[in-house]
Design a protein around this ligand. Structure first.
Ligand code: NAP
Length: 278
């Protein structure tokens, strides 16, 4: 705590009411007896600059940033971490005591921590990864997989130009596979990652050939509503190791909480339950 001020943090987005982050950070604050608050902050794009100038003066030590501000927020940062720069987006902001705004992206970190804890036997070097989808989340996943040492990423997306852009950004370890041949991306992969919104409640199903999924594979889905997506159900039936997407949300929150409140929180079953509570 700075002086008598109780540190404040929040999640900046529009809309932001659906965000589960306030539950998670609120749970960690209460559980660990930390003086602090974390609240949803609905900020329109036109007001983002004003928000960044004002929040530190009100006692905010930082914030998470979500849709639609993850890219625009880089314009208001004084210091951008290497991983946020390569992802072209930030999700974790620190208002430093020297007045500078620091922007980082912990989505890739959260993805990898979730994968490592859910599939401890998975060795990044063992074989190619199939990444389905080439949106913002895919960028974080690809960064994390390459950083971990995955030898090859087979990338398939409905809109080919977005896959090509990621190949241009990340280089030759990315092999672009046409959407109509998405089944080939999965065949022989060691890891399969769905980064599309397909399979989410209210969205269409992921309709690509999944027959190549077998018990040697790890299959994970970034979609976490529902927790058990049709992809994960099918993969489990085929004996694959499955990792759901909620852990990514929990793990990506850890570095921000630690920087704002000076305590590294633990991702455990209770934290999951706190986020899932109706
Ligand atoms: P995004 O940038 O809007 O990308 C959406 C992706 O889904 C694109 O690859 C898009 O393909 C694909 N897609 C959407 N509708 C499709 C359809 N009808 N047919 C084929 N492909 C379709 O979104 P994002 O930020 O990457 O997020 C993607 C998903 O990841 C969301 O469900 C989000 O909730 C989830 N997510 C989870 C976490 C977590 O912590 N677990 C973190 C971040 C994101 P096109 O390029 O062809 O449009």
């Amino acid at each position: 705590m700075k002086g008598n001020r109780i540190p404040l943090a929040g999640v900046i987005g529009a809309p932001v009411a659906h965000s589960r982050s306030p539950r998670l950070h609120g749970y960690w604050l209460a559980k660990n007896g930390i003086a602090g608050h974390y609240i949803p902050l609905e900020v329109a794009s036109a007001d983002l600059e004003t928000a960044f100038a004002t929040l530190p003066k009100l006692g905010f030590v930082g914030a998470n940033v979500t849709i639609p501000h993850k890219e625009a927020v880089l314009n208001f940062a004084d210091v951008v971490s290497d991983r946020a720069a390569i992802m072209g987006a930030a999700n974790t902001i620190v208002f430093q005591s020297n007045g500078k705004v620091h922007a980082d992206n912990t989505d890739g970190y959260g993805f990898m921590e979730n994968l490592r804890s859910g599939a401890p036997g998975w060795d990044p070097a063992v074989g190619p990864a199939a990444v389905i989808g080439a949106g913002g989340a895919a960028r974080a996943v690809i960064w994390a997989l390459l950083d971990a040492g995955v030898p090859q990423i087979r990338l398939t997306n409905r809109t080919r130009a977005r896959s090509d852009a990621l190949r241009d950004a990340f280089g030759a370890r990315i092999e672009v596979i046409e959407w109509v041949q998405a089944g080939n991306a999965i065949d022989g992969a060691a890891l399969v990652v769905n980064t599309t919104s397909l399979g989410m409640t209210g969205a269409p199903e992921l309709r690509i050939p999944l027959d190549a999924i077998d018990d040697s594979m790890v299959v994970t889905d970034l979609v976490y509503t529902p927790l058990d997506t049709p992809l994960l159900r099918l993969a489990r039936e085929r004996g694959a190791t499955v990792v759901d997407g909620l852990g990514m949300l929990l793990h990506q929150a850890v570095p921000g909480f630690e920087r704002w409140f000076g305590f590294r929180p633990v991702v455990d079953a209770e934290a999951r339950a706190a986020v899932l509570a109706p």
